[in-house]
Design a protein around this ligand. Structure first.
Ligand code: SF4
Ligand code: MG
Length: 320
């Protein structure tokens, strides 16, 4: 399938300042040379521990923040090179969904206005049609029409996330970056929201970049998965392949913590030593070598590059 989004050697560094003159004394390499493609119509899962650069990758892809280097192409258009005007024209078709929709909902606006205002802002509807359009998306997102005149504080966490999703969907996007959209919710509610994402993907032919620290969350929705560690992608594979045959030692460790329904298939739990190092001062060579149970001397010096290990399965490890 053709790529909707192509990310090439993307870097996002934040300066660290210090001393009495506030000079730049280093950089946090939040996204450090990341390349991958998201195919039209797929749900691509991006997983990794907090601090691995997943959110920054998602935000930089949508140009919610400037890049340091590299390229992001959306339908062949270089998003970081287009004019502000062209970017504004593209905005409705690329949406970002936050972990906590409440923080992005104005508490004084009724739900109908909160969802409808995006349409007005982009000049995509006139006043007379807005109410109807809002009720349509509320229904699509599993909320009864009478909710339209209620305020955000009257809703549960799961309902608020439905409202957040409705507000993106009303702009008829093609591509959605969802950043930990279920992490703040109870496990029982998480499944409902993931089902909603899945329904909408089918009905609206959406493409997702779905970000989560939890592999079991992306397992049901995403058909390809990328694993990030300290700003780098260490493995990319189709979901079933990744779960059955993880190649990177870090992916194996992450997977060993995911509960499996069939106890006969029980995986041995791999517990990593130490915490994720600071992205301001990442280890040399393979960034994972300080925690990798298989690290050799070569790993401390030489950076492993992401390369094809099998058809559609990429990994960055010297041992593969
Ligand atoms: Fe471990 Fe070396 Fe592979 Fe890095 S390159 S994951 S340190 S074996
Ligand atoms: Mg994050």
């Amino acid at each position: 399938r053709e790529a909707l989004v192509e990310v090439k050697q993307l870097k996002k560094y934040y300066p660290i300042t210090g001393g009495i003159f506030g000079r730049t004394i280093g950089h946090v390499k939040a996204v450090d040379d990341v390349s991958f493609a998201i195919r039209k119509g797929e749900a691509f899962g991006l997983v990794g521990e907090s601090g691995s650069g997943k959110s920054t990758t998602g935000r930089t892809i949508l140009r919610l923040t400037d890049k340091t280097a590299g390229e992001v192409k959306y339908k062949g258009v270089d998003l970081h090179a287009v004019s502000k005007q062209e970017l504004r024209r593209l905005r409705p078709s690329m949406q970002f969904i936050f972990q906590d929709p409440y923080s992005s909902l104005n508490p004084r606006l009724r739900v109908g206005d909160a969802i409808g205002e995006a349409l007005m802002d982009h000049g995509l509807a006139d006043k007379s049609e807005i109410r109807e359009r809002v009720q349509e998306v509320l229904a699509l997102c599993g909320l009864a029409p009478y909710h339209i005149d209620r305020f955000p504080h009257e809703f549960s966490g799961g309902q608020r996330q439905r409202i957040g999703i409705a507000r993106s969907i009303i702009l008829q996007p093609e591509f959605i970056v969802a950043d930990e959209p279920v992490s703040a919710l109870d496990v029982s509610i998480q499944a409902q929201i993931i089902n909603l994402f899945s329904d909408l993907q089918e009905k609206k032919e959406l493409t997702y970049l779905f970000i989560s620290h939890d592999l079991s969350v992306v397992e049901h929705l995403c058909t390809r998965i990328g694993v990030m560690y300290l700003g780098s992608l260490v493995e990319i594979a189709p979901r079933d392949e990744l779960f059955a045959r993880p190649l990177h030692p870090y992916t194996r460790a992450l997977l060993s913590a995911v509960p499996i329904p069939d106890p006969r298939l029980k995986r041995e739990r791999i517990v990593l030593r130490g915490d994720i190092p600071s992205p301001a001062n990442p280890p040399k060579g393979c960034k994972f070598h300080t925690r990798c149970p298989l690290a050799t001397d070569r790993c401390k010096e030489e950076v492993p590059v992401l390369r094809l290990a099998d058809s559609d399965h990429q990994v960055a490890c010297h041992l593969v």
